[in-house]
Design a protein around this ligand. Structure first.
Ligand code: LMR
Length: 330
């Protein structure tokens, strides 16, 4: 008779163990853009790949559109382990104390995705991701968005047109310098607040690739969009280091494979997504899309390339390495 409680205890323990074993590992992946964007689509694709590869043992929960956290808060949440995965824009790592990523914000640095990939998909990209480790973060890869265009309620054709305009920027100090080089007043603001700030006139304009511009409905509240391609916006996919390193090795391998595939997918669709979004903006008839003549573009370049010389934010040595990787003369 005495044995019965012991047996019962064993049965209960086995049941609890089995129930726990069946519980999936949950990864909260928070981001600030719409699902129908390069980042949104790649996050959803990653979710699907992980579910397939781990036979449901890992569940990636994707929270788009700043549903969980805004720009700055999401980085804090990742460090605290409240969420496990993010893909912030490279212009948003400054507040974390990692200034190097702002190199990607230098105006007219990359002349297209190919030159950019020399950095993001090469050894320099890996070196940059390593900078995150001392912050308790692991960088898994770079996902593209695209090249930024400038919007306002007045046509922006020449640098003089920017004088006195209040323009929303991400938190990067290089972007601050960029807007000042044009004579504008930069204002740092979370992405989730931009639409309303444009609508109410808190800011006069902004910059973003067409995919973000269209999916946040900025075309409803901006009369002009200048195709300036003056800078790049893309992402680092990052995870909480302690969480990632604590995953069972076979699960981690499955996740890494899924990330490689999702990265390829993100970088394959980004250009097309932005081209489609630009077509939608044009079709809406709400924003007039302006192109620059070669002479106008030359004045933008002249004004903006000064930022490469005058900035003291990104180590010169890193800028030189990037120039070398993309074959730019110094
Ligand atoms: C922005 O704040 O404009 C972008 O970083 C949003 C994003 O994640 O693409």
């Amino acid at each position: 008779m005495k044995r019965l409680p012991v047996l019962l205890g064993l049965v209960v323990a086995t049941l609890i163990f089995a129930a726990n074993a069946a519980e999936p590992i949950v990864i909260k992946f928070s981001h600030v853009v719409a699902p129908d964007t390069p980042k949104g689509k790649a996050a959803n694709y990653f979710q699907k790949l992980v579910a397939e590869r781990t036979q449901g043992k890992v569940k990636v929960e994707v929270y788009p559109n700043s549903q969980l956290y805004k720009d700055k808060e999401e980085l804090e949440a990742l460090q605290m382990g409240v969420v496990q995965m993010l893909a912030p824009s490279l212009a948003k790592f400054g507040p974390l104390g990692v200034r190097e990523f702002e190199v990607f914000d230098l105006p007219y640095l990359f002349d297209g995705y190919n030159s950019l990939h020399q950095v993001t998909q090469g050894s320099l990209g890996k070196e940059l991701l390593k900078k995150l480790e001392s912050k308790g973060i692991l960088g898994l890869g770079f996902w593209d968005n695209g090249f930024k265009q400038m919007s306002a309620n007045k046509p922006l054709k020449m640098p003089a047109d920017f004088k006195g305009l209040k323009l929303r920027i991400q938190s990067s100090k290089i972007l601050d310098a960029q807007m000042r080089a044009l004579g504008a007043n930069p204002q740092v603001m979370a992405f989730s607040e931009v639409y309303q700030a444009l609508q109410t006139g808190v800011v006069d304009g902004t910059e973003n690739p067409p995919s973000n511009f269209y999916t946040q409905k900025m075309h409803e509240v901006q009369k002009y969009l200048t195709l300036s391609d003056h800078g790049y916006l893309g992402y680092a996919v990052i995870v909480n280091k302690k969480f990632w390193e604590g995953l069972p090795p076979n699960i981690r391998v499955a996740m890494e494979k899924s990330m490689e595939e999702a990265t390829r997918y993100a970088n394959e669709i980004a250009k097309q997504e932005n081209d489609n979004a630009l077509d939608q903006v044009k079709a809406s008839g709400k924003t007039e899309v302006l192109t620059l003549t070669p002479a106008e573009k030359a004045t933008w370049r002249k004004a903006l390339l000064t930022v490469h010389e005058t900035q003291d934010r990104v180590p010169q040595e890193l800028i030189t390495k990037v120039y070398q990787a993309i074959g730019l003369k110094q």
